[in-house]
Design a protein around this ligand. Structure first.
Ligand code: IPM
Ligand code: MN
Length: 357
Protein backbone atom coordinates (compact mmCIF):
# COMPACT_ATOMS: atom_id res chain seq x y z
CA UNK A 1 0.00 0.00 0.00
CA UNK A 2 1.36 3.41 -0.96
CA UNK A 3 0.25 5.95 1.61
CA UNK A 4 0.36 9.70 1.23
CA UNK A 5 -0.67 12.69 3.25
CA UNK A 6 -2.64 15.29 1.32
CA UNK A 7 -3.15 18.88 2.42
CA UNK A 8 -6.63 19.89 1.30
CA UNK A 9 -7.32 23.61 0.89
CA UNK A 10 -10.86 24.09 -0.46
CA UNK A 11 -10.77 27.90 -0.09
CA UNK A 12 -13.70 29.98 -1.29
CA UNK A 13 -16.69 29.94 -3.63
CA UNK A 14 -16.92 26.81 -5.74
CA UNK A 15 -13.65 25.59 -4.17
CA UNK A 16 -15.63 23.89 -1.42
CA UNK A 17 -17.80 22.08 -4.00
CA UNK A 18 -15.18 20.87 -6.46
CA UNK A 19 -12.48 19.68 -4.06
CA UNK A 20 -14.63 16.89 -2.52
CA UNK A 21 -15.31 15.56 -6.03
CA UNK A 22 -11.58 15.27 -6.71
CA UNK A 23 -11.17 13.46 -3.41
CA UNK A 24 -13.90 10.98 -4.34
CA UNK A 25 -11.97 10.21 -7.49
CA UNK A 26 -8.64 9.90 -5.65
CA UNK A 27 -10.28 7.43 -3.28
CA UNK A 28 -11.62 5.37 -6.16
CA UNK A 29 -8.22 5.29 -7.89
CA UNK A 30 -6.59 4.51 -4.55
CA UNK A 31 -8.86 1.53 -4.00
CA UNK A 32 -8.05 0.23 -7.45
CA UNK A 33 -4.30 0.78 -7.46
CA UNK A 34 -3.42 0.37 -3.81
CA UNK A 35 -3.11 3.87 -2.42
CA UNK A 36 -4.23 5.08 0.95
CA UNK A 37 -4.60 8.79 1.51
CA UNK A 38 -4.76 10.77 4.69
CA UNK A 39 -6.38 14.16 4.15
CA UNK A 40 -5.97 17.17 6.37
CA UNK A 41 -7.89 20.37 5.69
CA UNK A 42 -6.35 23.81 5.94
CA UNK A 43 -7.80 27.30 5.78
CA UNK A 44 -6.89 29.65 2.96
CA UNK A 45 -8.21 32.82 1.35
CA UNK A 46 -11.47 34.42 2.39
CA UNK A 47 -12.43 31.41 4.48
CA UNK A 48 -9.21 31.85 6.46
CA UNK A 49 -9.75 35.59 6.85
CA UNK A 50 -13.23 35.00 8.24
CA UNK A 51 -12.00 32.44 10.73
CA UNK A 52 -8.58 33.79 11.72
CA UNK A 53 -8.19 37.27 10.22
CA UNK A 54 -5.25 36.01 8.17
CA UNK A 55 -5.63 34.88 4.50
CA UNK A 56 -2.70 32.46 4.85
CA UNK A 57 -2.36 31.23 8.43
CA UNK A 58 1.04 29.84 9.46
CA UNK A 59 -0.72 26.54 10.25
CA UNK A 60 -1.72 26.21 6.61
CA UNK A 61 1.82 26.74 5.35
CA UNK A 62 3.11 24.21 7.89
CA UNK A 63 0.42 21.71 6.88
CA UNK A 64 1.41 22.01 3.21
CA UNK A 65 5.11 21.62 3.97
CA UNK A 66 4.40 18.51 6.03
CA UNK A 67 2.29 16.86 3.34
CA UNK A 68 3.16 14.88 0.24
CA UNK A 69 0.96 17.04 -2.01
CA UNK A 70 -1.51 19.93 -1.80
CA UNK A 71 -4.95 19.99 -3.37
CA UNK A 72 -6.32 23.51 -3.69
CA UNK A 73 -9.80 24.67 -4.72
CA UNK A 74 -9.90 28.40 -5.36
CA UNK A 75 -9.65 31.65 -3.43
CA UNK A 76 -11.31 35.05 -3.56
CA UNK A 77 -14.67 36.73 -3.70
CA UNK A 78 -16.33 40.14 -3.57
CA UNK A 79 -16.60 39.98 0.22
CA UNK A 80 -12.81 40.34 0.60
CA UNK A 81 -12.05 42.62 -2.38
CA UNK A 82 -12.13 45.82 -0.39
CA UNK A 83 -9.70 44.65 2.29
CA UNK A 84 -6.25 46.23 2.36
CA UNK A 85 -4.21 44.70 -0.49
CA UNK A 86 -1.92 42.44 1.62
CA UNK A 87 -5.00 40.85 3.23
CA UNK A 88 -6.79 39.96 0.01
CA UNK A 89 -7.04 36.26 -0.84
CA UNK A 90 -5.03 36.48 -4.10
CA UNK A 91 -2.12 38.65 -2.97
CA UNK A 92 -2.27 37.63 0.68
CA UNK A 93 -2.70 33.87 0.28
CA UNK A 94 -2.32 32.28 -3.14
CA UNK A 95 0.79 34.11 -4.33
CA UNK A 96 2.73 33.82 -1.05
CA UNK A 97 1.79 30.14 -0.77
CA UNK A 98 3.17 29.46 -4.25
CA UNK A 99 6.32 31.36 -3.27
CA UNK A 100 6.69 29.70 0.15
CA UNK A 101 6.47 26.26 -1.43
CA UNK A 102 8.92 27.19 -4.20
CA UNK A 103 6.42 26.35 -6.94
CA UNK A 104 8.12 28.12 -9.82
CA UNK A 105 6.49 26.11 -12.59
CA UNK A 106 2.79 26.01 -13.30
CA UNK A 107 1.93 23.27 -15.77
CA UNK A 108 -1.43 23.78 -17.50
CA UNK A 109 -2.53 21.25 -20.11
CA UNK A 110 -5.19 22.33 -22.59
CA UNK A 111 -6.41 19.12 -24.13
CA UNK A 112 -9.50 18.95 -26.32
CA UNK A 113 -11.55 15.84 -25.73
CA UNK A 114 -13.12 14.83 -29.06
CA UNK A 115 -16.42 14.67 -27.21
CA UNK A 116 -16.16 18.40 -26.43
CA UNK A 117 -14.87 19.66 -29.77
CA UNK A 118 -18.31 21.17 -30.39
CA UNK A 119 -18.50 22.79 -26.96
CA UNK A 120 -16.04 25.55 -27.81
CA UNK A 121 -17.17 28.86 -29.29
CA UNK A 122 -14.37 28.28 -31.81
CA UNK A 123 -14.99 26.08 -34.84
CA UNK A 124 -14.64 22.36 -34.35
CA UNK A 125 -12.13 22.09 -37.23
CA UNK A 126 -9.93 24.64 -35.45
CA UNK A 127 -9.92 23.20 -31.93
CA UNK A 128 -9.96 19.48 -32.79
CA UNK A 129 -6.75 17.75 -31.93
CA UNK A 130 -5.49 20.51 -29.64
CA UNK A 131 -3.12 19.05 -27.07
CA UNK A 132 -0.85 21.73 -25.66
CA UNK A 133 0.76 22.31 -22.30
CA UNK A 134 1.73 25.72 -20.99
CA UNK A 135 4.72 25.99 -18.68
CA UNK A 136 3.99 29.22 -16.86
CA UNK A 137 6.69 30.72 -14.62
CA UNK A 138 4.91 31.11 -11.30
CA UNK A 139 7.04 32.83 -8.66
CA UNK A 140 8.69 35.71 -10.49
CA UNK A 141 8.08 38.62 -12.82
CA UNK A 142 5.54 41.36 -12.37
CA UNK A 143 3.42 39.30 -9.96
CA UNK A 144 6.17 39.42 -7.37
CA UNK A 145 7.94 42.67 -8.28
CA UNK A 146 7.92 45.69 -6.05
CA UNK A 147 4.55 47.43 -6.11
CA UNK A 148 4.51 51.11 -5.30
CA UNK A 149 2.29 54.14 -5.38
CA UNK A 150 3.81 57.57 -5.47
CA UNK A 151 3.46 61.11 -6.61
CA UNK A 152 5.78 63.35 -8.60
CA UNK A 153 5.49 66.55 -10.68
CA UNK A 154 3.16 64.77 -13.17
CA UNK A 155 0.83 63.63 -10.41
CA UNK A 156 -0.02 60.36 -8.70
CA UNK A 157 1.35 57.14 -10.19
CA UNK A 158 1.53 53.37 -9.64
CA UNK A 159 4.50 51.17 -10.44
CA UNK A 160 4.83 47.37 -10.82
CA UNK A 161 8.34 46.06 -11.25
CA UNK A 162 8.82 43.20 -13.76
CA UNK A 163 12.09 41.56 -12.83
CA UNK A 164 13.52 38.21 -13.91
CA UNK A 165 16.78 36.54 -12.97
CA UNK A 166 18.55 34.34 -15.50
CA UNK A 167 18.34 31.51 -12.98
CA UNK A 168 14.55 31.85 -12.77
CA UNK A 169 14.19 31.70 -16.54
CA UNK A 170 16.59 28.78 -16.89
CA UNK A 171 14.90 26.53 -14.38
CA UNK A 172 11.43 26.80 -15.94
CA UNK A 173 12.84 26.58 -19.48
CA UNK A 174 14.63 23.39 -18.49
CA UNK A 175 11.38 21.80 -17.32
CA UNK A 176 9.67 22.83 -20.56
CA UNK A 177 12.43 21.33 -22.73
CA UNK A 178 12.44 18.12 -20.69
CA UNK A 179 8.65 17.83 -21.04
CA UNK A 180 8.84 18.48 -24.77
CA UNK A 181 11.22 15.55 -25.20
CA UNK A 182 8.54 13.27 -23.79
CA UNK A 183 5.87 14.74 -26.06
CA UNK A 184 6.07 16.14 -29.61
CA UNK A 185 9.49 17.70 -28.99
CA UNK A 186 8.49 21.31 -29.65
CA UNK A 187 8.72 24.39 -27.43
CA UNK A 188 7.25 27.78 -28.26
CA UNK A 189 8.68 30.44 -26.00
CA UNK A 190 6.42 33.47 -25.63
CA UNK A 191 7.70 36.92 -24.70
CA UNK A 192 7.49 40.59 -25.63
CA UNK A 193 11.14 40.98 -26.54
CA UNK A 194 10.39 43.76 -29.00
CA UNK A 195 9.46 45.99 -26.07
CA UNK A 196 10.39 44.64 -22.64
CA UNK A 197 13.91 44.28 -21.25
CA UNK A 198 12.81 41.37 -19.06
CA UNK A 199 11.56 39.65 -22.23
CA UNK A 200 14.87 40.24 -24.02
CA UNK A 201 16.61 38.50 -21.15
CA UNK A 202 13.97 35.77 -21.29
CA UNK A 203 14.64 35.10 -24.96
CA UNK A 204 18.45 35.28 -24.66
CA UNK A 205 18.36 32.84 -21.77
CA UNK A 206 16.03 30.38 -23.48
CA UNK A 207 18.12 30.49 -26.67
CA UNK A 208 21.38 29.97 -24.76
CA UNK A 209 20.03 27.02 -22.77
CA UNK A 210 18.63 25.50 -25.94
CA UNK A 211 22.01 25.86 -27.69
CA UNK A 212 23.84 24.34 -24.73
CA UNK A 213 21.64 21.41 -23.80
CA UNK A 214 18.47 20.99 -25.86
CA UNK A 215 19.39 21.37 -29.53
CA UNK A 216 17.36 18.26 -30.33
CA UNK A 217 14.15 20.06 -29.27
CA UNK A 218 12.45 22.26 -31.84
CA UNK A 219 12.28 25.81 -30.47
CA UNK A 220 10.47 28.85 -31.77
CA UNK A 221 9.58 32.24 -30.31
CA UNK A 222 6.44 34.32 -30.50
CA UNK A 223 5.62 37.77 -29.19
CA UNK A 224 2.75 37.46 -26.78
CA UNK A 225 0.29 39.44 -28.92
CA UNK A 226 0.98 37.19 -31.89
CA UNK A 227 0.86 34.12 -29.64
CA UNK A 228 -2.68 35.08 -28.58
CA UNK A 229 -3.67 35.29 -32.24
CA UNK A 230 -1.92 32.07 -33.27
CA UNK A 231 -3.56 30.24 -30.37
CA UNK A 232 -7.02 30.87 -31.74
CA UNK A 233 -5.93 30.43 -35.37
CA UNK A 234 -4.02 27.14 -35.05
CA UNK A 235 -4.18 25.79 -31.49
CA UNK A 236 -3.45 22.21 -32.51
CA UNK A 237 -0.01 23.18 -33.84
CA UNK A 238 1.31 23.99 -30.34
CA UNK A 239 3.02 21.43 -28.14
CA UNK A 240 4.70 23.16 -25.19
CA UNK A 241 4.28 26.88 -24.55
CA UNK A 242 6.94 28.34 -22.28
CA UNK A 243 6.26 31.76 -20.85
CA UNK A 244 6.54 34.18 -17.96
CA UNK A 245 4.08 34.55 -15.13
CA UNK A 246 1.65 37.16 -16.43
CA UNK A 247 1.65 36.09 -20.08
CA UNK A 248 1.01 32.53 -18.88
CA UNK A 249 -1.90 33.67 -16.76
CA UNK A 250 -3.52 35.36 -19.74
CA UNK A 251 -2.74 32.77 -22.41
CA UNK A 252 -3.97 29.82 -20.35
CA UNK A 253 -7.40 31.40 -19.89
CA UNK A 254 -7.40 31.85 -23.65
CA UNK A 255 -6.29 28.25 -24.23
CA UNK A 256 -9.14 27.02 -22.04
CA UNK A 257 -11.60 28.18 -24.70
CA UNK A 258 -10.41 25.37 -26.99
CA UNK A 259 -11.28 22.78 -24.36
CA UNK A 260 -14.88 23.99 -24.09
CA UNK A 261 -14.61 25.68 -20.71
CA UNK A 262 -12.12 26.90 -18.16
CA UNK A 263 -13.85 24.31 -15.99
CA UNK A 264 -11.76 21.74 -17.89
CA UNK A 265 -8.36 23.34 -17.26
CA UNK A 266 -6.25 21.60 -14.65
CA UNK A 267 -2.89 22.63 -13.32
CA UNK A 268 0.09 21.39 -11.37
CA UNK A 269 2.39 23.83 -9.61
CA UNK A 270 5.76 22.21 -9.15
CA UNK A 271 9.38 22.97 -8.41
CA UNK A 272 9.53 22.66 -4.62
CA UNK A 273 9.54 19.66 -2.31
CA UNK A 274 5.75 19.54 -2.27
CA UNK A 275 3.65 20.20 -5.37
CA UNK A 276 0.26 21.86 -5.43
CA UNK A 277 -2.62 20.91 -7.68
CA UNK A 278 -5.13 23.60 -8.48
CA UNK A 279 -7.73 24.08 -11.21
CA UNK A 280 -6.80 27.05 -13.42
CA UNK A 281 -10.10 28.79 -12.81
CA UNK A 282 -11.17 31.02 -9.95
CA UNK A 283 -13.74 30.75 -7.17
CA UNK A 284 -16.67 31.70 -9.45
CA UNK A 285 -18.77 33.44 -6.78
CA UNK A 286 -21.62 33.88 -9.30
CA UNK A 287 -22.37 30.15 -9.36
CA UNK A 288 -21.06 29.15 -5.93
CA UNK A 289 -23.24 26.95 -3.74
CA UNK A 290 -25.55 25.92 -6.57
CA UNK A 291 -24.03 22.64 -7.70
CA UNK A 292 -23.30 24.16 -11.11
CA UNK A 293 -19.52 24.14 -11.03
CA UNK A 294 -17.59 21.78 -13.28
CA UNK A 295 -15.37 19.60 -11.06
CA UNK A 296 -13.41 18.15 -13.98
CA UNK A 297 -10.56 20.70 -13.81
CA UNK A 298 -10.01 19.74 -10.18
CA UNK A 299 -10.36 16.03 -10.91
CA UNK A 300 -7.84 16.41 -13.73
CA UNK A 301 -5.58 18.30 -11.32
CA UNK A 302 -5.79 15.27 -9.03
CA UNK A 303 -4.80 13.11 -11.99
CA UNK A 304 -1.75 15.34 -12.41
CA UNK A 305 -0.98 14.66 -8.73
CA UNK A 306 -0.73 10.95 -9.49
CA UNK A 307 1.51 11.69 -12.44
CA UNK A 308 3.86 14.26 -10.90
CA UNK A 309 3.85 13.62 -7.15
CA UNK A 310 3.42 9.84 -7.16
CA UNK A 311 5.12 9.20 -10.52
CA UNK A 312 2.14 7.12 -11.63
CA UNK A 313 1.17 7.98 -15.17
CA UNK A 314 -1.04 4.87 -15.30
CA UNK A 315 -3.31 6.30 -12.60
CA UNK A 316 -3.49 9.62 -14.41
CA UNK A 317 -4.49 7.91 -17.64
CA UNK A 318 -7.14 5.94 -15.76
CA UNK A 319 -8.74 9.21 -14.61
CA UNK A 320 -8.44 10.84 -18.03
CA UNK A 321 -10.13 7.84 -19.64
CA UNK A 322 -12.90 7.77 -17.04
CA UNK A 323 -13.64 11.41 -17.86
CA UNK A 324 -13.63 10.58 -21.56
CA UNK A 325 -16.18 7.82 -20.93
CA UNK A 326 -18.47 10.13 -18.92
CA UNK A 327 -18.31 12.75 -21.68
CA UNK A 328 -18.91 10.11 -24.35
CA UNK A 329 -21.97 8.98 -22.41
CA UNK A 330 -23.29 12.52 -22.82
CA UNK A 331 -23.05 13.94 -19.29
CA UNK A 332 -22.29 17.64 -18.99
CA UNK A 333 -22.14 20.36 -16.34
CA UNK A 334 -23.77 23.69 -17.34
CA UNK A 335 -20.53 25.24 -18.67
CA UNK A 336 -20.16 22.56 -21.37
CA UNK A 337 -23.80 21.65 -22.00
CA UNK A 338 -24.99 21.21 -25.59
CA UNK A 339 -28.29 20.17 -27.10
CA UNK A 340 -29.06 16.49 -26.67
CA UNK A 341 -26.72 16.06 -23.71
CA UNK A 342 -27.61 15.30 -20.09
CA UNK A 343 -27.18 18.11 -17.59
CA UNK A 344 -25.63 17.01 -14.29
CA UNK A 345 -24.61 18.76 -11.08
CA UNK A 346 -21.13 19.08 -9.62
CA UNK A 347 -21.49 16.05 -7.36
CA UNK A 348 -23.26 13.97 -10.00
CA UNK A 349 -20.31 14.57 -12.31
CA UNK A 350 -17.92 13.41 -9.58
CA UNK A 351 -20.03 10.29 -8.99
CA UNK A 352 -20.11 9.52 -12.72
CA UNK A 353 -16.32 9.69 -12.97
CA UNK A 354 -16.03 7.35 -9.97
CA UNK A 355 -18.48 4.95 -11.60
CA UNK A 356 -16.58 5.04 -14.89
CA UNK A 357 -13.39 4.14 -13.01
C1 IPM B 1 -4.59 31.78 -11.75
C2 IPM B 1 -5.33 32.90 -11.10
C3 IPM B 1 -4.43 33.60 -10.12
C4 IPM B 1 -3.23 34.10 -10.90
C5 IPM B 1 -5.09 34.75 -9.34
C6 IPM B 1 -6.30 34.28 -8.58
C7 IPM B 1 -4.13 35.47 -8.45
O1 IPM B 1 -5.85 33.78 -12.06
O2 IPM B 1 -4.16 30.86 -11.04
O3 IPM B 1 -4.45 31.80 -12.97
O4 IPM B 1 -3.29 35.17 -11.52
O5 IPM B 1 -2.20 33.41 -10.88
MN1 MN C 1 -5.54 33.13 -14.10
Amino acid sequence: MKSYKIAVLPGDGIGVEIVPEAIKVMEAVGAKLGYSFEYEEGLIGGAAIDETGDPLPADTIALCKNSDAVLLGAVGGAKWDSLPVPKRPEIGALLPLRKELGLFANIRPAFVYDELADASTLKKEVVSGTDLVTFRELTGGIYFGKKTRGEDEKGAYALDEDKYYVSEIERIARLAFEAARKRRNKVTSVDKANVLESSRLWRETVVALHEREYKDVELDHLYVDNAAMQLVLRPSSFDIILTENMFGDILTDLASVMTGSIGMLASASVGGDVAMYEPSHGSAPDIAGQGKANPLATILSASMMFQYSFDDREAAVLIENAIKKVLADGYRTPDIIEEGKTLVSTSEMGDLVVKAL
